[in-house]
Write a protein that binds this ligand. Sequence first.
Ligand code: SF4
Length: 361
Amino acid sequence: MKYIDEYRNKDLAKRILKEIKAISVKNISLMEVCGGHTTAIHKFGIPSLLPDTIKLLSGPGCPVCVSSKRFIDQSIAYSRLKDVIITTYGDLIRVPGSTSSLRQEIGTGADIRIVFSILDALTIAKDNPDKKVVFIGIGFETTAPSSAAGIINAAKEKIENFYLYSSHKIMPPPMKALIDEGVKINGYIAPGHVSTITGSGIYSDISEKYGLSCVISGFEPLDLLQSIYMLVKQIEDGTPKVEIQYSRAVKPQGNRKALAMMDEVFDLRDDWWRGLGILKDSGLTLKDKYSSFDAEKMIQVDVEETADDKGCICGEILKGLKSPKDCKLFDTVCTPTNPVGACMVSHEGACHAHYRYSRNG
Ligand code: SF4
C-alpha cells in the first residue's frame, strides 16, 4: 500500500496535471519508445488526463513489434529441423511469420519450449546432448546482457550444442532515425528499463545535436505525469536536455557490469526495424570469438520468401504516424486472440495496449 500511495497519489497527480495544463506551448508531441511505457500509459489512462495540446505517440519500443517477419520465418525454419529444440520467451511464439508461426509449428511436432531465461535454455542443452538447442534472443539493452551472460556461461561450461539466434537491438538509433525522417516529435519519454543498463549518456546526441528533450521515466502513473511535466517544461523553456525522472532505478553511468558483458559478447551490426528499415549499428551480433554459438553461422536453413503484411499498418504505428484505431483490421479481423500483426501480439505492442485498455474510449 505504501508503494501505491507513493506513486499513485491522486492529490499529487492533480497538482502535476495543473502544472502541465499551465504550460503555454501548444501542439506538443511526445513519444515513448518503451513497450512497458506504452502499456502503462494506456493502462492508467494518461492520454485522457492531458490537455488536447499534448499528444502522446507510441514509437518503436516493443522488441517483438520491431523485429522482422524474416526473423520469425528463419526461427520457424530452425524449428522444422528434426535435431533442433527452439527455446524462447512466450510472446514470440504467437507472432505471425509469412505462412506460419512458432505456435503453429508446435502443432506439427516442432520441439519449441518457452523459457524464462537463457539459463533455462542452457539446462535444456545440457539435458539433450544429441540435439541442437537454439535460443531466440530478442529485446533491447534490457535483455541483451542476460543473453551475453548465457553465452559466457556456455563457453565456460563448453556446451557445444547451444546456439543464439540474435534479434537483439539497441537504442537510440531508431529515436534518431525518426527525427531524421521528419516525424514531428518534440520530446522523448526515454525508456526506463533500457536506461537502467545503459545510463543516460546514450541520449545526449538527441538533445545536443537534434535539440530534442529526453526524460527517462518510470512506469507508475506519477512517474509518467512527472516525466511529461519535465518534458513540457523543457520545451517551454527552450532548454532541451536529458533528465532522469526514474532516479530510483537509473543512474547516469548505467549498470557497468551488464555493459561489460554485452561488450564482451556482442558486436554492433546494421539491423532491420519494422517501419524504419535497416538502421546502421542498431543490432547486436555475436563476436567472432563466440561464433561457434551463432545459429546464423552454424546452422544452415532455407528460409521461405517473406510475404507482405496484408493490411497491417504496424510500421506506420511504430513511427507515430498512425494510431491502432486507424487500422481497418483493428478489433475486427485483428485481436489479441487472432493477431494479424506483431503489434497486437505482445502485451507491450501499441495495438494490444489500445485493444486492452482504450478500444472503447
Ligand atoms: S491492428 Fe493488427 S493488423 Fe492492424 S496494425 Fe495493429 S497489428 Fe497490424
